[in-house]
Design a protein around this ligand. Structure first.
Ligand code: ZN
Length: 410
């Protein structure tokens, strides 16, 4: 699937440190030291209500990680899926009287445009589920063959009891698992399953639903978690370094997709580190499709809010924190952007390549240090604030703000 155009990243002098990152599975900050290549899988959108600020918060956070890795001299290999066929998408298409393919195409187009405006570096592999049916079928057939999956009528389910490490990401108790599973797309009541939590791998064709040739599985469509497992295995291989997404994906989605990968590949830890971004609230509740309290990036842009202001409003919050969006976030970010731009305007030629002075070197060092500390973007912004107030205007600071924070001050 086509992604979106990449921003040009300026080169910075020297190298930043490899970041320490908070791993959800162990609850500790870990030194993720890849051998020259950093691999990242981030769960993408289901294209029916994109792109709200909660989405943008997640993708800007992982964009920051990619920028910090690049600054540390690593090659970044990044895959992101698009859940371009799934129950909520089909339900919305029926409710609004449009073809599900058209709804998906429109929303993916909007997402691409928003990501480009926000200067998010596109993933190397941007992969739709519809174009990955063959990968999913292969994975499900393999799980059936090894006894890690079973059929219920024309559907196929994973047998979680085969994976002794199931639960090692979320560490949830049985009751919490049951509640999240029911709330987040699971079907605990389905008759014929061996365990209520066993997740759907392949949904046999139903009248009025799209379906594809599943070879020995029969016609049908993929379950949710297996799509990410199949795409991650094919495009990144296991183990990969970081599995990312919002905290609402920890369970069941990431717990399940990791379990699938474990059983598909015999790799005990398919993802070395799990990173989860906080949820964005609005008017007292988590921003969610079901509640309808969404703030869209495209709407803010259409209202004349500069993309740099939106990006700065996001970066002012640590990626792991839940936060509540208010108009004050944009006002503060707008003032900050104006003060940075005023400082940038005094930069002699706005040029890069000159030997940086000590003030600029210190600003760059402070930004790198903050970002290497579990992506402390708020602290990195403070370093730039200090520069804007008192520092010497130099091209290298402009380059650093561009390369590390994705804000173009020129
Ligand atoms: Zn996923």
């Amino acid at each position: 699937m086509q992604s979106w155009p990449a921003p040009v990243l300026p080169e910075l002098p020297g190298r930043g440190p490899v970041p320490r990152l908070h791993d959800t599975a162990t609850g500790t900050n870990v030194e993720a030291s890849p051998d020259g290549v950093a691999t990242l899988y981030v769960c993408g959108i289901t294209p029916y209500d994109s792109t709200h600020l909660g989405h943008a918060f997640t993708y800007v956070a992982f964009d920051t990680l990619g920028r910090v890795w690049r600054d540390a001299g690593l090659q970044v290999r990044y895959a992101q899926n698009v859940t371009d066929v799934d129950d909520p998408l089909l339900e919305r298409a029926i409710a609004t009287g449009v073809a599900w393919e058209d709804l998906a195409a429109d929303q993916i187009g909007l997402f691409r445009a928003d990501m480009e405006s926000l200067r998010v570096i596109p993933p190397e592999h941007y992969v739709g589920v519809v174009e990955s049916i063959g990968l999913v079928v292969k994975a499900v057939v393999r799980l059936l063959a090894t006894g890690a999956a079973y059929r219920v009528d024309t559907d196929v389910y994973a047998d979680l009891s085969v994976d002794p490490r199931f639960g090692s990401l979320s560490h949830l108790g049985a009751e919490e698992m049951d509640a999240f599973f029911a709330e987040r797309g699971g079907d605990p009541e389905r008759a014929g399953k061996r365990h209520p939590l066993d997740p759907l791998l392949w949904r046999g064709a139903r009248v009025g639903e799209p379906s594809w040739d599943g070879r020995s599985l029969g016609r049908g469509r993929p379950g949710w978690h297996i799509e990410c497992a199949a795409i991650a295995e094919h495009y990144l291989g296991v183990p990969f370094l970081v599995q990312g997404g919002g905290t609402d994906l920890i369970f069941p989605h990431h717990e399940m997709s990791t379990s699938h990968l474990r059983l598909m590949t015999s790799c005990p830890d398919p993802a070395a580190v799990f990173i989860h971004t906080g949820l964005v609230g609005f008017e007292g509740h988590k921003m969610s499709k079901s509640r309808g309290n969404l703030v869209f990036v495209s709407r803010l842009l259409a209202d004349g809010v500069p993309a740099g202001t939106i990006r700065l409003a996001i970066l002012a919050h640590h990626y792991a924190q839940d936060w509540e969006y208010t108009g004050a976030d944009l006002a503060t970010a707008g003032e900050r952007l104006a003060s940075w731009r005023a400082a940038a305007a005094t930069t002699p030629d706005g040029g890069s390549g000159d030997e940086p002075g000590s003030g600029a070197r210190e600003t760059l060092a402070r930004m790198r240090e903050a970002l290497a500390d579990n992506l402390d973007t708020a602290r990195a912004l403070t370093a730039v604030d200090d520069w804007a107030e008192t520092g010497t205007a130099e091209g290298v600071v402009l380059d650093a703000v561009d390369a590390l924070l994705g804000i173009d001050l020129r």
